[in-house]
Design a protein around this ligand. Structure first.
Ligand code: FPP
Length: 254
């Protein structure tokens, strides 16, 4: 079934985007980039860019849920982001707590599972408590699974997986001969989730930045110059529309 969405290009000009509702990506992952530059352009502190970025998160989560996307993974804080000034790190942690408290009811009413990936044991205790509470109170929901990637790094995730695999071999739980792609996937934070079909990166950068390194093997990438705080539902529609026109061959031929 095709669904048409109009988006305003200028005062008189509308663009119509159609989306095939039978081919919605199951898993969308987003590298939310450009908050700092958005703030700089407005002569605002970087933290104001992150605050504006939270508004975008709200709209995009809601629309993904409406469209029937099953998993949405948002890169909110990487293992490298600790290098940022303390003030910025603290502001991000506060925004996370505020987001969880403010949005919990609406997300839960919309059947969203509030999940996280990454090593959250390094986050401030309050963030850990809010994340675990949000997860425990929504884990039985059947709608969109919202993965907040926090203190997440693809290489860190793989190192953890390798270590646990080695330990499980030593303990006789698994044997080396049985290691295959499925088994490695089962040792990642994204266990039991499909790999991302579509990875979106706004703000003009075209790199993966240590995000879902194992899982992105066959993901379709979509880039745009729009900075995350300016990223609107219509950009999500365009990304999905473009995704639907791609020929995904997974190494095969048609
Ligand atoms: C990248 O922009 C953005 C981040 C590192 C943080 C994203 C976090 C949020 C939008 C808010 C907090 C999260 C939740 C889940 C409430 P950047 O700062 O690297 O931008 P720049 O490249 O323009 O400097």
């Amino acid at each position: 079934m095709l669904k048409f969405f109009s988006s305003k290009k200028s005062n008189e000009d509308f663009e119509h985007i159609h989306i095939d509702m039978d081919n919605i990506p199951k898993h969308i992952a987003i590298i939310m980039d450009g908050n700092g530059r958005w703030a700089k352009e407005r002569k605002l502190p970087r933290t104001m860019g992150h605050k504006a970025g939270v508004e975008t998160i709200r709209d995009i989560v809601k629309e993904c849920s409406n469209l029937g996307v099953k998993y949405l993974t948002l890169y909110a804080f990487s293992t490298e982001n600790w290098r940022r000034p303390n003030e910025e790190v603290n502001a991000l942690m506060n925004l996370l707590v505020q987001y969880l408290r403010k949005e919990f009811k609406e997300l839960n009413d919309n059947n969203v599972v509030i999940n996280h990936i990454g090593d959250i044991s390094k986050l401030p205790v309050l963030c850990q408590q809010e994340l675990l509470e949000a997860y425990n109170n929504t884990k039985d929901n059947s709608g969109l699974v919202l993965n907040l990637a926090l203190n997440y790094g693809g290489r860190d995730e793989l190192i953890r997986a390798f270590k646990t695999i080695c330990k499980d071999i030593k303990d006789g739980k698994i044997s080396e001969e049985n290691i295959n792609e499925k088994m490695v996937s089962d040792y990642l934070y994204t266990v039991n989730m499909p790999d991302p079909d579509l990875i979106i990166r706004p703000s003009g950068e075209q790199r993966i930045s240590n995000f879902l390194l194992w899982q992105c093997a066959y993901s379709e990438f979509w880039y745009s110059n729009i900075k995350w705080p300016d990223f609107k539902v219509e950009h999500l529609h365009k990304a999905i529309h473009d995704y639907q026109s791609r020929d995904r061959r997974f190494g095969n031929v048609k």
